[in-house]
Design a protein. Structure first.
Length: 310
């Protein structure tokens, strides 16, 4: 079983009662698949349709058309729920509960009957580094702690696939790093993780694959490398400026600019960079620094949102 999630031609149209529009196309013929055991990031601005897609996969919202499968079962099959964990966007846990009570409460809602003293509760609190806070009412928690607890309730029943809707929204940088570390830990345990986010940099750091959704349409899909590798810029600093002859030779083979001992090279892959280095080494040039600048996912993100119908 290679894929954990297969999405085929999903479309969702919400009927609304707004005066100027009586329907919203939240998803427009979206198809893609996610392999098992990867971290997948679904990116897009607010209103792109990300939450709608997760809710369809969870069976909370029904698609207008199209189908999806999770772990080889159609999403209409309720059996799948046992294999899924979910951290909703803007969740509000009852704030008079303690951390451990939240975990037990949501586990029970999901048909998983445990008590505060169950080893599962202990394990999951350890995993999200919240053991010290387990007996404290959650109204005392910071946003980062709340999200870590949210993660704990999403994974206490040891699901195969974990859906996280904007897990780091409103969390400070240290809290975000803590959440990322937990996600990497979960991935190393073989889980498939599906993250919705409008915060690119977050997803870029942890995701094996990403998709960009805009106005309900899938505009990009692939690994972060595949999506960003098209053109890279390399800055190479040499000990001394190059001789005129060497510059002529290099400029015949490569696209580069020269400013004293700083060479700015355009490459499309690492081979190009290695070939360039070989030429420099052949000429016995001392290299004192190499700085590779990738097109960032952010550049790509902005580009795909502005270039419509690409
Ligand atoms: N229950 C609903 N009824 C009507 N429109 C909705 C409903 N839920 C979401 N929408 C609309 O669908 C679009 C996609 O929303 P959503 O899936 O929440 O996007 P995202 O999570 O990417 O911000 C938005 O235009 C939103 O206003
Ligand atoms: Mg959302």
């Amino acid at each position: 079983m290679a894929n954990s999630i297969i999405i085929k031609n999903l479309t969702k149209i919400y009927k609304t009662r707004s005066i100027n529009k009586n329907q919203v196309k939240a998803l427009d013929n979206v198809s893609f698949s996610i392999e098992r055991g990867i971290v997948f990031g679904l990116l897009g601005p607010n209103g792109a349709g990300k939450t709608t897609l997760i809710k369809i996969l969870l069976g909370i919202v029904f698609p207008t058309s199209g189908t999806a499968e999770i772990l080889d079962k159609n999403i209409s099959n309720y059996e799948i729920r046992k294999s899924i964990g979910y951290l909703p966007e803007n969740h509000k846990f009852p704030n008079y509960l303690t951390g451990e009570e939240v975990i037990v409460y949501y586990a029970k809602l999901n048909g998983f009957n445990i008590s505060k003293n169950s080893p599962q509760v202990e394990n999951v609190l350890k995993l999200v580094k919240m053991e010290k806070w387990r007996k404290v009412k959650i109204k005392k928690y910071s946003k980062g702690m709340m999200q870590r607890l949210g993660l704990a309730q999403a994974i206490v029943h040891e699901p195969e696939i974990i859906f996280l809707d904007e897990p780091t929204d409103g969390v400070d940088p240290i809290g975000r790093k803590e959440i990322r570390d937990i996600l990497i830990d979960l991935k190393n345990k073989g889980k498939t993780i599906f993250i919705n986010s409008h915060l690119l940099s977050e997803v870029e750091m942890v995701s094996d694959k990403v998709a960009i959704l805009n106005e309900g349409k899938l505009v990009k899909f692939g690994t972060v490398d595949e999506l960003t590798v098209n053109k890279q810029i390399c800055e190479i600093k040499t000990e001394k400026p190059l001789s005129g002859d060497l510059v002529n030779l290099l400029q015949k083979k490569f696209t580069m600019k020269i400013n004293n001992n700083l060479l700015t090279l355009e490459i499309s892959n690492n081979n190009d960079l290695n070939n360039f280095m070989d030429e420099l080494r052949k000429a016995e040039i001392n290299i004192i620094g190499v700085n590779q600048k990738k097109t960032s996912l952010e550049d790509l993100f902005i580009k795909s949102l502005t270039e419509k119908n690409n």
